[in-house]
Design a protein around this ligand. Structure first.
Ligand code: FES
Ligand code: MG
Length: 590
């Protein structure tokens, strides 16, 4: 096999290094105790890591434990040797105070593994929200040949004859529960019904979004992202991914050749067309930074805002993962964009072909689910980027603006896109939950709910809390949503047009820190502004009072995270980590 590979393999520095015979013996001996032979390890075959993100602690990715068998088969058939190892679990729904805290930890861990062990390439097994960006961030940093294998979404959920999508049904049910329309047991049942099989969230939440983005970046095989976890095609693409993992080592096809600025701009456009998660913004920024690609926060507005919504999937649309896959999935979306001249088809991809070559003829087969570019579900459906004296950067997901919200706030004759309201400020989500239903709070339909202390420093990790629902009494009157602003995030499955990811956050001295309940806020979507109508002199005086308090760090990592993390506009990355690029080119010391 060696003679097929035009370059010396990285793993040979461990297993076949005449200058370090003693170390080679040590490196070899313990791999053999589960039956691997020295001949295999010294045969010059590529050693392919399988970064295993599945475990009992990561249920969304757990089936990767089984898929890895097919990946191994592919690696073996292509002449490689598989070494599977666990990556740090990232279970979105369960990790407190938030899985976002652990994304950078998983990144750090994977960098150490990919750099410090004898890998020539790696299969990145992804699924639940942050498993995808953390893995790509690490592979980009080390820059060894890497291919993404998504786990795929769960089968479609059904409740009482209606589609019940992950997360989205919970946001809908909690409104009905608060309005007294369903019981607590019915609320719980809708959630259970939304999860009928193995796989990650079946809505276009953060998991499906990030896997679609991995494919849009060119890091996975064409069509990989949307295959439901339980379909036979999932096992088949796992096998093909294993095969390809060996070939990319032979071709020396590294992330740095794929993760270009053009690829990231493609991903931004795809995110708009699928109605993707607002979490894509910090994650894409983080991946770009670690790939050494200059991406600006304004790129979301410049390149993404004008793109129409094509995918009719919850939360922005009606359907779920199975229908999306059968309609053609991510390639059909990208084919629409390519035909419309909205995609750079020249980008290199993991298949060895260009993106345009991968996409040729991938016409959607179900126009109810994937709309043609000329007849979208919504025009200009990307994220709007806002700034003002409350923050330098925040985004608003326009594809989930409901007709009710549009009519009440955005379409008043003579004031289109501009509205003013009275701030009601909560310090963190406990404060919100404790007080929102206090009957004495003067919250009405002219209120703007604001939450702070929810950013990377404040929470810490940045919480998915900005999609605050109105008080129960307003819900009972049919007011289903109020404008919300915050320095945290919201779930990708949320159907709220919140103004979120505000940077700098309150805990970093952003304007939200100096806002008070009762202040007027003016939101001007036409000019991308969001301001508190408070004089500069008054703001300066309030600054003298310091910042709202945040909870102390509860674990060592929380403190290290806070000492190193940047703001959401910058991807909430580890400050300075992007200086460590392409480190696979500098082999570690023995
Ligand atoms: Fe894991 Fe949604 S909670 S994918
Ligand atoms: Mg989430």
């Amino acid at each position: 096999m060696t003679d097929e590979i035009p370059h010396r393999l990285r793993s040979q520095d461990w297993f076949d290094n005449p200058d370090h015979a003693d170390m080679t013996a040590l490196y070899l001996e313990r791999f053999m105790n589960y039956g691997t032979t020295p001949e295999e390890l010294r045969s010059g075959r590529p050693i392919i890591g399988i970064a295993q993100s599945g475990s009992d602690l990561n249920p969304c990715n757990r089936h990767h434990l089984d898929l890895a068998r097919r990946v191994r088969d592919g690696i073996r058939d292509a002449g490689g040797i598989a070494i599977e190892f666990p990556s740090h679990p990232l279970f979105e729904n369960c990790k407190r105070p938030t899985a976002a805290l652990d994304r950078n930890l998983a990144y750090l861990g994977l960098v150490e593994l990919l750099y410090g062990y004898p890998f020539d390439g790696v299969v990145l097994t992804t699924g639940c929200d942050k498993t995808t960006p953390s893995a790509i961030m690490a592979a980009a940093t080390v820059d060894i040949p890497a291919i993404v294998l998504s786990g795929g979404p769960m089968l479609d959920g059904w409740h009482e004859g209606k589609l019940a999508g992950s997360g989205t049904v919970i946001w809908q049910s909690r409104r009905k529960y608060a309005a007294g329309e369903i019981t607590r047991d019915e609320f719980l049942q809708t959630a259970l019904d939304s999860a009928p099989s193995i796989g990650h969230c079946n809505t276009m939440g953060t998991a499906s979004t990030m896997n679609a983005i991995a494919e849009a970046l060119g890091m996975s095989l064409t069509g990989c992202a949307a295959i439901p976890a339980a379909y036979r095609e999932r096992g088949q693409i796992a096998y093909r991914t294993g095969l390809r993992a060996v070939e990319i080592v032979r071709e020396d096809l590294r992330p740095s050749k794929i993760l270009t600025r053009a690829a990231f701009l493609n991903a931004i456009r795809v995110n708009s067309a699928i109605g993707g998660s607002t979490n894509a913004q910090p994650h894409l920024m983080a991946m770009a930074k670690h790939a050494g690609v200059a991406l600006e926060p304004s790129d979301w507005q410049t390149h993404g805002y004008d793109i129409p919504l094509l995918a009719n999937i919850q939360p922005a649309g009606a359907y779920l993962g199975e229908r999306f896959h059968r309609a053609g999935g991510v390639p059909a979306i990208m084919w629409e964009l390519l035909k419309a001249g909205k995609l750079d088809g020249g980008c290199a991809t993991i298949t060895g072909r260009t993106m345009a070559e991968n996409l040729q003829g991938r016409e959607a087969t179900d126009r109810e689910v994937i709309h043609p570019f000329e007849a979208p579900l919504m025009d200009r459906a990307g994220f709007m980027v806002l700034k003002g004296n409350l923050f330098d950067f925040a985004i608003m997901k326009t594809s989930v603006i409901s007709d009710e919200f549009r009519t009440r706030y955005l379409a008043r004759p003579g004031h289109e896109g501009v509205f003013e309201g009275t701030a009601f400020v909560f310090d963190g989500s406990d404060d919100y939950h404790d007080r929102i239903n206090d009957p004495d709070l003067p919250i009405d339909e002219n209120s703007i709910l604001v939450i702070r202390g929810a950013g990377p420093l404040g929470w810490p990790g940045s919480a998915e809390v900005v999609n605050m629902q109105p008080p129960d009494r307003l819900l009972k009157q049919g007011i289903r949503s109020l404008p919300t602003i915050g320095d945290g995030r919201q779930s990708g499955t949320a159907d709220s047009p919140s103004i979120l990811n505000a940077s700098p956050e309150s805990a970093a001295g952003g304007g939200l820190a100096f806002l008070r309940t009762g202040d007027r806020i003016r939101i001007d979507l036409k000019h991308g502004r969001c301001d508190m109508l408070v004089s500069e002199a008054e703001i300066a005086q309030r600054m003298g009072g310091g910042l709202p308090p945040v909870p102390p760090s509860a674990t060592p990592w929380q403190r290290i995270y806070r000492e190193t993390v940047t703001q959401l506009d910058d991807g909430a990355t580890i400050r300075g980590a992007d200086e460590f690029r392409q480190i696979a080119n500098k082999p570690p010391r023995h």
